[in-house]
Ligand binder design. Structure first.
Ligand SMILES: Nc1nc2c(ncn2[C@@H]2O[C@H](COP(=O)(O)OP(=O)(O)O)[C@@H](O)[C@H]2O)c(=O)[nH]1
Ligand SMILES: [Mg+2]
Length: 420
């Protein structure tokens, strides 16, 4: 084990004050227009009050301060913050959206190289006689993959499985990094559509293609039915708070069964955390609506108190759909809905004539779930997995290929000598 993140027990209690910072690097990938950059901006906006002063750094100036633009090159935003006594040095890397065809292959190769390059830095550091105890952990611990929902919802609103492109990319990335798939722009989807998309995705990934993304465990078929003296499968058993089959993928049910055993027998917290994730994956997220002039989160005018005053004043004059209403007036109208709801302190929102949807409200989408997954519940698992699974694999491959190269050189030297 190496420096910084690895020289201590990754999630151990033996940290000294100086070593208490954990590194977490996350990359955002997916097709163009799926909401990646808007998500990065929303994430940064959400975290800004927790960021330790002076630690917020963008690799490209103005990416967060300007209005939303299309992403033409990879950039990162880094910050240090503290949550529940845990200090995290967090970096989020945004990438250009995929184009179709030849360019996509090039983009993918570039991403794979970028991820490998971080492993190479560790390998080079490990090989030094005198290692740098302060070397940073730059591994990409997780890739948040934005599914191309436009390719999953076909005519007549029929939900299909994931697109070939998404499947191809997720498979490729899963050989290098922990892929966490998400569905962006959740505000544009009904509850039924979200459920259908989730089920279709799980069926494709877990049952049909068995792609080893984050949380996937290749559970051997225990052939219960074949061993059973009864000709029929057992009746569906209740699993935690749901029935078998609800998630839409048999293999996923089996993985959860196995994890549940770990919870029941060993009170395994990691298994419990993983079940919580698997039961709601792919998570749904959305991003705040921007002020078109400044790029800042759009806010309904007035405070909650004044909005309540509007309600109290009984100002509920109905606006005919065609009546021209200024943006502030429309927002105020939307906010009347909000002021009556339990979640009245929304600030990262999208405003519709019938409702205000809030990125951070768990009833509206899984944004907060994803945030706490990354920064708290799964943070150490992601780091350990990256090191023990992906880095070790990279290291073994590299050392083997170097050995083969060396043998090739020796062989050609022998050949040259015999020619002399
Ligand atoms: N309705 C809705 N639109 C969004 C959301 N996130 C992004 N958008 C819009 O989708 C378009 C593409 O977003 P962008 O973040 O640039 O996508 P990227 O190419 O994946 O980075 C922009 O017009 C955004 O305003 C969202 O959560 N809901
Ligand atoms: Mg973008």
């Amino acid at each position: 084990m190496l420096y910084n993140a690895y020289s201590q027990k990754l999630a151990g209690s033996s940290r000294t004050r100086k070593e208490a910072t954990s590194y977490l690097n996350v990359m955002v990938v997916g097709a163009s227009g799926t909401g990646k950059t808007a998500f990065v901006r929303t994430f940064c906006e959400r975290m800004k009050n927790q960021v330790i002063q002076g630690t917020f750094k963008e690799s490209k100036p103005m990416v967060l301060k300007d209005t939303l633009r299309s992403t033409d090159e990879l950039y990162s935003v880094s910050m240090h913050f503290e949550e529940d006594g845990q200090r995290t040095a967090f970096t989020i890397v945004d990438t250009p959206g995929f184009n179709k065809g030849f360019a996509m292959d090039q983009q993918l190769r570039y991403l794979a190289k970028y991820i490998d390059h971080q492993f190479e830095r560790t390998l080079a550091e490990e090989s030094k006689l005198k290692r740098d105890a302060k070397a940073l952990d730059t591994h990409i611990h997780s890739c948040i993959y934005f599914l191309d929902v436009s390719q999953m919802i076909k005519q007549q609103n029929q939900v299909q499985g994931i697109s070939d492109v998404d499947r191809y990319v997720i498979k490729l990335l899963s050989s290098r990094v922990n892929v966490i798939p998400v569905i962006g722009k959740a505000d544009t989807l009904t509850i039924l559509q979200r459920e259908q998309l989730k089920r279709a995705f799980r069926r494709d990934i877990f049952d049909m293609h068995k792609i080893p993304l984050y949380g996937f465990i290749d559970v051997e078929d225990d052939d219960f039915e074949q061993d059973s003296p009864f000709p029929y499968p057992p009746p569906p058993e209740p699993m935690r708070n749901r029935l078998r089959g609800v998630l839409g993928a048999e293999s996923l049910d089996k993985i959860i069964d196995m994890l549940q055993e770990c919870v029941d027998e060993d009170d395994d917290d990691d298994a419990r955390t993983m079940i919580d994730y698997l039961e709601s994956m792919p998570l749904t997220v959305m991003s705040y609506e921007e002020d078109p002039d400044t790029g800042r989160p759009l806010q309904a005018p007035g405070s909650t108190a004044s909005l309540l005053a509007i309600d109290d004043a009984g100002d509920d004059t109905p606006y005919p759909p065609s009546s021209p209403m200024s943006l502030p007036k429309r927002l105020a109208a939307s906010n009347r809905v909000r002021s009556n709801s339990a979640f009245s302190k929304a600030s990262l929102s999208r405003f519709y004539p019938w409702a205000v949807v809030d990125c951070c409200n768990p009833d509206h989408c899984d944004f907060e779930k994803l945030r706490s997954l990354l920064l708290q519940s799964h943070r150490d698992m992601l780091r350990i997995d990256t090191f023990e699974r992906y880095y070790e694999q990279y290291r073994t491959d590299q050392l083997l290929s170097r050995k083969v190269d060396k043998m090739g050189i020796l062989k050609s030297d022998e050949h040259n000598i015999s020619l002399v």
